[in-house]
Design a protein around this ligand. Structure first.
Ligand SMILES: *Cc1c(COP(=O)(O)O)cnc(C)c1O
Length: 393
């Protein structure tokens, strides 16, 4: 019999009933160190008093009004994002998938309004993830996402990760934009080297097409910069954000330059909940903490510490792990053992990590994780690795 919850997830038998900072507490009282953070969502940890205050204060005033009216919290958050990024304008969504939908629509509308309606094609990279909507799965293109869901939204092409010759070959008179993640998340924590990011920007400029960055997972401080594109010193034309921006409240956004957004006039797009007062109250509080040099420097410092300890872990368990990769607090351990076995052994050691493609386990802790918690996390991962190694023998 089908479960009452549609069984599209392989769920671990864990019932978390409370969160405190970097910790999740199971119904039976066990405390788990959270190195998943709801998949890069809880950037300020669980039940952060600043976010609890922002949400409950707003909840006592006004939960929801339509985008037919001014929403001051939304205006404030848009101003903050514009001030702290390449963007001139922002549209708020409830999720990363919805941000992908708008990014695709915006790129196509741009060319339509320029009198080049034939430019509809968007080129993505193999191994990508852009969400589960029809546009999202078509943009990513992988068989795991698309199989059985034909007909797919037309107008998408894919090239191998970092294969710029293949990209140049794929660009035609019909190309509207390229879409990439600066750090592939679901694809196995694959950062795009800065030189490649600059090469990509150059190719888009030469071809006169738009560059869409998907920073849904790697944005909002995760890499040690507010947005990952900053590392390469380039700017995109359109950018998708979600996950961390709401700190656990469903919130996403599309950021764009004035030029790229020029087709999106009144009536061309909308959302009932997007940018609602509750979500934006939390988003403002997240930005006030994360978008400061001190906070971002701290992420980089802790990244160095975690990375160094993970290198030690890999060296101690060469039969379980192959290498550490990633940037900031978006790190991956490429496994020799089966990654799911490592995740499950992590549960036994009361540390939560997240599997990704390419036999990788992801570490995406709250950006507020402490040095002591980093040490504790790695010692728990060490225990998990011992268990995996013992089971292998
Ligand atoms: C999670 C994710 C999405 C989809 O976001 P949802 O909020 O789950 O719809 C899109 N792109 C990337 C890179 C993601 O990691």
């Amino acid at each position: 019999m089908i479960p009452s919850v549609l069984p599209t997830y392989n769920r671990a038998p864990l019932n978390f009933v409370k969160g405190e900072g970097s910790w999740m507490i199971e119904a039976d009282g066990r405390r788990f160190l959270d190195l998943g953070a709801g998949i890069a969502v809880n950037v300020l940890g669980h039940a952060n008093p600043i976010l609890v205050e922002a949400l409950t204060e707003q909840a006592g005033k006004l939960w929801h009004v339509s985008n037919l009216y001014q929403i001051p919290q939304q205006q404030a958050l848009a101003d903050k994002l514009v001030e702290n990024s390449f963007a001139d304008t922002v549209f708020f969504t409830n999720s990363g998938t919805e941000a992908c939908e708008l990014a695709v629509k915006m790129a196509r509308k741009y060319w339509y309004d320029k009198g080049q309606p034939e430019k509809i094609e968007i080129i993505g990279c193999e191994g990508a993830f852009h969400g589960r909507s029809s546009a999202g799965i078509a943009a990513a293109g992988g068989e795991k996402l698309t199989k059985g869901f034909a007909p797919l939204l037309p107008g998408f092409k894919h090239v191998p990760w970092l294969d710029w010759d293949a990209l140049k070959e794929a660009i035609s008179d019909k190309t509207a934009a390229v879409i990439v993640e600066p750090v592939q998340g679901e694809g196995g924590i694959r950062p795009m080297p800065d030189a490649d990011m600059r090469a990509l920007r150059e190719i888009c400029d030469e071809a006169g097409i738009l560059l869409i960055l998907d920073e849904v997972q790697c944005g909002v401080g995760r890499t040690g910069k507010l947005f990952a594109y900053e590392w390469a010193g380039i700017t995109p034309d359109i950018m998708m954000v979600a996950k961390g921006i709401g700190g656990g409240f469903p919130l996403g956004a599309v950021l764009a330059s004035e030029e790229a957004a020029s087709g999106m006039t009144a009536g061309t797009h909308g959302s009932t909940y997007g940018g609602n007062p509750l979500g934006c109250a939390v988003g403002n509080a997240v930005m006030d903490v994360v978008a400061t040099p001190e906070f971002l420097d701290d992420v980089s410092r802790k990244s160095g510490l975690l990375r160094q300890k993970l290198e030690g872990l890999v060296a101690a368990h060469p039969e379980v792990f192959e290498e550490v990769r990633g940037v900031g607090l978006m790190l991956g351990l490429k496994c020799k053992a089966v990654n799911i076995d490592v995740v499950n052994a992590g549960y036994d050691a009361q540390v939560a990590i997240v599997p990704a493609a390419d036999n990788v386990v992801r570490l995406l802790p709250p950006l507020t994780i402490s040095e002591d918690e980093i040490s504790e996390a790695v010692s728990r991962l060490d225990k998990a690795a011992e268990q995996v190694a013992a089971a292998k023998d």
